[in-house]
Design a binder for this molecule. Structure first.
Ligand code: JFZ
Length: 432
């Protein structure tokens, strides 16, 4: 009897401590959050069998390709030019400190070795190797962290029941529990087979069925039980849910909601991340020539940092495994800028002042980095409400001292003699 009571107590304890409703992040998790914020800039990778069709990761849905036909392309997936070390080198040269890659997108195809389905890179392609394994090893070697994008939405599986009506939190006439269990099995694999280089799970697809019961309590609980340090993010475009460790934004700076997708507020409890495409597509698109300029990308990194937000820049590699040259060239130039100016980005925190017409500010210890992205109309700038006393002000590039005065309304910095660089003129303020 005593034994029985003990078992019951243990069971209750276990269950309550992993319930996500009153989720308290572990010490390891809090450490991961700091580390994540220090890393600032990451590479997003959308890569799957859809890459073969060169029309983005939504091709099956957009071109209305029946699932049974779409599945056949897996047999042609053989990325003979894939080299994880090359990808990591491109990311590292760009100054990126982590990678987030699609482990399974909405087409439901698993780009990793999974026992939970045969519709995966090992069983369904002639390649028969796990690219995520190689990537994990290469990231580990080079000091990058690896996050897995994981789609909740699945266009093909019967138990998901794409298009079915949701009744009482479940799609009608399907085995929803089976789908939830399938995801749990896969997430367990992703969190146990790739080592401690894995730092986060990036969920997507929730928005497809807002009224479904996704069993987040169990799913998030499972992740935190297996790996308390792993950060959970979810691209659901609403308020942060219990158990989530970072908040995701898509093609937008937090709070702007410029495309009207975001209905939630911006959390001030957890790290933030926003993602954007390097051209106009996530998955490889052979016709997409909308390449973003080096300037646009660098200024995005800066604005995001000023918003206390990480920037996740996407590339969609080709089906042969190559990241196209146009992307690599741009990334190299971004990396050259970060080589010179990374001190004003990595390890900093933002939200020092509200974004100004001329730019933004990042901060680290006793330093403020003023990023002037657009020459101001007057010959001075005002940093509102800085109460700490200033020790010195200088141009970051020339180290030339600048005149300043500190008044109740803020710090006035005079810009005489500054020639504005086209990307970012950095002014370094040292506080006492
Ligand atoms: C989602 C995916 O559908 C897309 O393929 C890509 O992976 C991106 C990073 O994330 O994109 C979305 C998700 C939701 C909306 C728009 C794009 N939405 O709610 O309008």
């Amino acid at each position: 009897m005593k034994k029985f009571v003990l078992i019951i107590i243990c069971y209750l304890l276990l269950n309550t401590s992993f319930s996500q409703t009153n989720y308290q992040p572990s010490a390891e998790n809090l450490k991961s959050r700091q580390d994540f914020q220090d890393r600032k800039f990451g590479m997003f990778i959308h890569w799957g069998i859809y890459s073969l069709l060169g029309d983005g990761e939504w091709v099956m849905n957009v071109q209305k390709i029946p699932y049974d036909k779409y599945k056949r392309i897996a047999n042609a997936f053989y990325p003979h030019d894939f080299n994880a070390k090359e990808w990591v080198k491109i990311a590292k040269t760009a100054g990126m400190k982590y990678i987030t890659i699609t482990s399974r997108h909405h087409d439901g195809f698993s780009m990793f070795d999974t026992k939970a389905t045969d519709y995966d890179v090992i069983d369904a392609t002639p390649y028969k190797k796990d690219p995520l394994k190689d990537l994990a090893i290469a990231c580990k070697e080079e000091g990058l962290k690896l996050n897995f994008y994981y789609s909740l939405l699945d266009w093909g599986r019967k138990d998901y029941g794409f298009g079915k009506k949701i009744v009482n939190g479940k799609p009608e006439d399907t085995d929803w529990d089976s789908y939830i269990n399938f995801m749990k099995a896969q997430l367990t694999e992703l969190l146990t087979n790739y080592g401690d280089v894995v730092a986060g799970i990036w969920f997507d697809g929730d928005w497809e069925r807002k009224d479904a019961n996704w069993h987040y309590d169990e799913i998030y609980g499972l992740i935190h039980r297996l790996r308390p340090d792993v950060m959970i993010g979810n691209n659901h475009h609403t308020d942060l849910k219990p158990g989530e460790d970072y908040q995701l934004f898509e093609k937008d700076l937090p709070g702007n909601n410029s495309h009207g997708w975001g209905t939630g507020g911006v959390s001030n409890e957890v790290p933030l991340e926003t993602c954007e495409t390097i051209n106009s597509s996530w998955g490889f698109n052979i016709n997409d020539k909308g390449y973003k300029s080096v300037k646009t990308i660098i200024q995005y990194i800066i604005k995001a940092a000023g918003h206390n937000t990480n920037f996740l820049l996407n590339v969609g590699p080709q089906a042969d495994g190559k990241i196209q040259q146009e992307f690599a060239d741009t990334l190299k130039k971004v990396g050259e800028w970060l080589q010179l100016n990374g001190e004003s980005i990595y390890g900093t925190r933002g939200n020092v002042i509200a974004t100004q017409d001329w730019g933004t500010v990042t901060a680290k210890e006793k330093k403020l980095f003023i990023h002037i992205l657009k020459a101001p109309s007057q010959d001075f700038i005002l940093l509102p409400r800085e109460t700490q006393k200033v020790a010195s002000v200088q141009s970051y590039s020339s180290k030339q001292s600048l005149k300043w005065k500190q008044q109740p309304e803020g710090i006035f910095i005079y810009l005489d003699g500054i020639t504005f660089s086209t990307i970012d003129e950095i002014i370094e303020v040292t506080l006492k």
